[in-house]
Design a protein around this ligand. Structure first.
Ligand SMILES: Cc1cc2nc3c(=O)[nH]c(=O)nc-3n(C[C@H](O)[C@H](O)[C@H](O)COP(=O)(O)O)c2cc1C
Length: 190
């Protein structure tokens, strides 16, 4: 089976995304960070983009959320991503960069312009996690054409990848570790 031959993880991931392109949930990744007390926090993020040359996964997020605070203090993140159709799991250990309008204005404007209206609204109806007034319906307030200052991108640069493919008997598992500009790939016992 072609899945069971060593292959750089970015190429694998493109194949998994292609195979799952008709199911929106194939773009949902679980991303864990450590908060300032060293405790793990995990949440779902939508995959937006993959830089295959650099081994970086991009998402969009909000600077006012707990994950942004956590990542400012500790850039380590762990991604766990399961593709139900192809039965593949990717676990990535990453170093994260927060991209904002201050450090990359063009990048942020482009990312904002690519958001759907519904997606944009989520950034315009108040501070995430703040108390909601029960009688007051949420209203998206602000200019839809300009990214709000809290709109950001998260760049997860993989340092190592643990790939598991449940298809086949035995299953196939592979460790990949960044080595300068290349990846060291080792098939391991699942
Ligand atoms: C399917 C799904 C997709 C989500 N995608 C994103 C996303 O792309 N970016 C984001 O900031 N939050 C996203 N969220 C919300 C986060 O999971 C989380 O609830 C929110 O960002 C607050 O997280 P934090 O308090 O850990 O920072 C998504 C939630 C779900 C259920």
């Amino acid at each position: 089976m072609s899945d069971n031959k060593p292959l750089i993880w970015t190429e694998r991931l493109l194949k998994s995304l292609q195979a799952g392109k008709d199911s929106p949930e194939s773009r949902f990744m679980q991303v864990a960070t450590c908060n300032k007390d060293g405790l793990p926090e995990n949440r779902t993020l939508v995959f937006r983009q993959l830089d295959t040359d650099e081994g970086i996964i991009y998402t969009v997020s909000d600077l006012r959320t707990a994950k942004a605070d956590a990542l400012k203090a500790n850039a380590n993140a762990a991604i766990c991503w399961y593709f139900t159709g192809s039965r593949e799991q990717y676990r990535l250990n990453c170093t994260t960069t927060i991209i904002t309008a201050d450090n990359a204005p063009e990048d942020i404007h482009r990312a904002w312009s690519e958001m759907s209206v519904q997606g944009k609204k989520q950034f315009l109806w108040g501070v995430p996690g703040s108390v909601r007034q029960p009688a007051k319906p949420l209203k998206a307030e602000g200019d839809m054409n300009t990214p709000p200052p809290h709109f950001c991108k998260l760049a997860f640069r993989a340092d190592s990848v643990d790939y598991l493919n449940l298809k086949g008997n035995p299953q196939y598992r592979e460790f990949q570790t960044r080595c300068d500009s290349d990846w060291q790939i080792r098939a391991v016992i699942p």
